[in-house]
Design a protein around this ligand. Structure first.
Ligand code: GLA
Length: 510
């Protein structure tokens, strides 16, 4: 039994003693419950700690467990009946959990509503103390974070990172063999030559720590170092995933309190890229600590002297565009998770308008990974996806199953003319310059005085869209190139095209 369980166990025993002494304890104070879960043959015990404050009938407080704080309590106490909402202000899925309870002679019985598909459950609490302030459990207290100070650039990702990531298609069904197969296919399909060089393992590779605290990969990845060598032998780079919290989003071991050690392990394995996903860090840090928490890992990565691209995954919270680069990030997520459908993709993409001021060589806004080829959108919608990401100077991380890639998908993903816009060395993210109803025109200045112009029709009917170069501040361009038709066009002053529903016409004008 580790010390946190002991600490909670002692609290629980004290609680029973207290409960026995006083018949009907007042609600304000600290309450404890213990739950046992069985999942895939593993049994886990969770110690819950709820701290209540009462003002008249108005309840507030903190819901926590031995994994850290999980939410803020708001609700009411009328007679012996409690009605609560537990808000997780830090959760990417900020849904409140409803709970109803009854305060009886010596216990509090709470029924916690269903959440994320888990059924409702009833939990019995006993009071452990009258303390109404929440303290992070001893076992979860961490050494002080370094004082945040702006870090110089690490000179990586001078253009938006390109590669592939396992999450969008495989989620937890990723393993060593799939990574090797993907590496082979990136090369044989020409994707690598088009720029897709990072092969990134997302969540669910993590195993347990050894006696010295070194992280080990789980049975799906028998030898990370050998895998990295294999990926490198194909001329590619290997990426990995972790969390600053105790647990990753999928519930695997995070890097909490092992940051420097994990960075050294990644370097020893030959890792080239780290995606660092906030998730359970909310249970141990405040949002205000987020920049320092990320910088802590950036410093750990830099201390290894192995170049590793650092990808911040915190869904765009807390103005990450303002501090992400200073915290050592090469890219940072700016949205919730993308899904393989047109509304999700366009929400993530078009909502980036205005974020162009925080992107540039070495530090990019990341509206999440590509869904191209995963089957939920039409070819035209996937062309919009790549075009929009290119206009945004967004990282291009394919997320499809390369073993089943169709020629049509490859033609979209490997469109070198659109990729050249994404990878333009000026690194200036584009923005919307005109909008009428569902029709948007975007522009992105490119190096050498060129511009990319994209005509997006977000409507459900084809539309004729026009643009006059002077209205874009461009003098009559010498050349206009259609980057999907791969044709030079004749458009001295004016360009007009029929744009399909949900489609795009993307041009390079010089
Ligand atoms: C979060 C991230 C995703 C993915 C999963 C893995 O949801 O935003 O991109 O990494 O976690 O659990």
């Amino acid at each position: 039994m580790n010390c946190k369980l002991l600490a909670f166990g002692a609290l629980a025993a004290a609680g029973m003693l207290l409960a026995a002494q006083s018949a009907a304890p007042p609600l304000p104070g600290t309450w404890h419950a213990q739950e046992t879960f069985s999942r895939r043959g593993h049994t886990t015990t969770l110690h819950l700690e709820y701290v209540f404050q009462l003002d008249g009938t108005h309840l507030s407080g903190v819901a926590a467990s031995d994994r850290g704080r999980s939410g803020a309590i708001r609700g009411s106490l009328r007679g012996s009946q409690l009605n609560l909402q537990i808000y997780n202000p830090f959760s990417p899925y900020a849904a409140a959990q409803a709970a109803q309870g009854t305060l009886t002679r010596n216990q509090l019985t709470l029924t916690l509503g269903s959440r994320y598909g888990a059924p409702a459950r009833t939990v019995v609490f006993t009071k452990v103390s009258d303390d109404t302030s929440y303290h992070l459990p001893v076992s979860l207290r961490h050494p002080p974070l370094p004082v945040f100070h702006p870090l110089p650039p690490n000179r990586l990702a001078l253009t938006p990172p390109m590669g592939w990531n396992s999450w969008n298609h495989f989620a937890s069904k990723v393993d060593d063999q799939k990574i090797r197969q993907t590496a082979d296919l990136l090369v044989s399909t020409g994707m690598a030559a088009a720029g897709y060089v990072y092969v990134n393992i997302d969540d669910t590779w993590e195993g347990t720590r050894d006696a010295q605290g070194n992280i080990r990969s789980n049975a799906k990845f028998p030898d990370m170092q050998a895998l990295a060598a294999y990926v490198h032998s194909r001329g590619l780079k290997l990426g990995i995933y972790s969390s600053p919290g105790p647990r990753t989003c999928a519930g695997y071991e995070g890097s909490y309190r092992h940051e420097a050690q994990d960075a050294r392990t990644y370097a020893a394995w030959g890792i080239d890229y780290l995606k660092y996903d906030w998730c359970s860090a909310s249970s141990v840090y405040t949002p205000q600590q987020m920049p320092a928490v990320y910088e802590n890992m950036a410093l750990a990565l830099r201390a290894t002297r192995r170049p590793m691209v650092f990808s911040l995954c915190e869904y765009g919270w807390d103005n990450v565009g303002v501090w992400g680069a200073a915290a050592g990030g090469n890219l940072w997520r700016t949205t919730d998770d993308i899904a393989d459908n047109y509304p999700s993709m366009t929400f993530n993409g078009f909502s980036q308008n205005g974020r162009q001021f925080s992107a540039g060589p070495g530090h990019w806004n990341d509206p999440d990974m590509l869904e191209i080829g995963n089957g939920g959108m039409t070819a035209g919608e996937y062309r919009t996806h790549l075009s929009l990401w290119a206009m945004l100077a967004a990282p291009l991380l394919a997320g499809n199953d390369l073993t089943a890639m169709t020629p049509a998908t490859l033609a979209i993903l490997a469109n070198k003319e659109v990729i050249a816009v994404d990878q333009d060395p000026l690194g200036q993210q584009g923005w919307m310059i005109a909008q009428r109803g569902d029709q948007e025109i975007w522009m992105r200045p490119l190096s050498g005085g060129a511009s990319a112009v994209a005509l997006f029709n977000r409507g459900t009917r084809p539309a004729t869209m026009s643009v006059r170069w002077s209205a874009l501040g461009l003098r009559s361009p010498a050349t206009v190139r259609d980057l999907w038709a791969h044709r030079d066009l004749d458009a001295a002053q004016f360009f007009s095209a029929n744009v399909p529903a949900h489609g795009v016409v993307m041009l390079r004008v010089q």
